[in-house]
Design a protein around this ligand. Sequence first.
Ligand code: ZN
Length: 302
Amino acid sequence: MKLERCLLGVAAVLAVCSSSAQAQDLGPHFRKIKEGIYVQSAREVNSTSSIILTEEGVVIIDTGQTPIDAREVMEAVRKLTRLPVRLLINTEVHPDHTTGNFVFSPPALVINADGAVEAMRKAFDPERGNTLAKESAEMREAVQGYRLVTPHIEYHDKTTVHVGERTFELLHFKNVHSEADTAVWLPNERVLFAASVAIPTSINNLRPFVSIPDMLAAIKTMKSLNPEIVVPGHGSFGTTKIFDDSQRYYELLLERVGVMVREGKSLDQIKRELRMPEYASWSYQERMPTNIEAAYRAVMGN
Ligand SMILES: [Zn+2]
């Protein structure tokens, strides 16, 4: 159905036409995963951004890898509905999920867990807008009006948000990726937006405060929700297989580091010698030292 024709209709017809827009109308980067739920992922390793339509307006989860992606998501929203973006959920604090906050807010209120505002302010580079603008003419255009937009709402542990007919359960996972990580569970639709705890076919960057036991606990909690669809913070959406794959990887890593520690090897030796050939095809092999360090911390009990 052509949207242009819909635009000629009266308001009621327009609403019906708009909500029937197919994912292909939105461009090649969008997939429709359920009625009124769309995911954008411009490239396999890129962050995902999701659009959830409700009777009372739009909820966005993360803002895309770059401001170009954020603009593309906003264009898709405008094709889908005339209703405003009411709420923007950040699943973590890093720029590849939050730089585009300014595209949606105002009017959207932004929410993430405790600590998000402080972490985003601390990491903020006042030159970020200028640096991005130098990347390309397209980026210069997309970054117009850029400013740091931090969450308006922080919650502790978990919270439930009702927008229109939909329920969003926000779960705060600590020490799993960034300073504030939120998974978003839609219990009625059985869709889970899983933040960046488990990323398909990719070695994650495990920062010094990240704990593999806490990651495994978060994976277990998310699996126990029994979601039908899992949308990770990066890459393609899928099923709980994303969790199974990550869990196996981290368990094997812990096991191998544990064996080497018991053999009396130092962290440096382990970093030089440890191999994970089963995962040689995963992206970002250069992040492996941060994974070994995290496994070493876990094995040593700190
Ligand atoms: Zn991140």
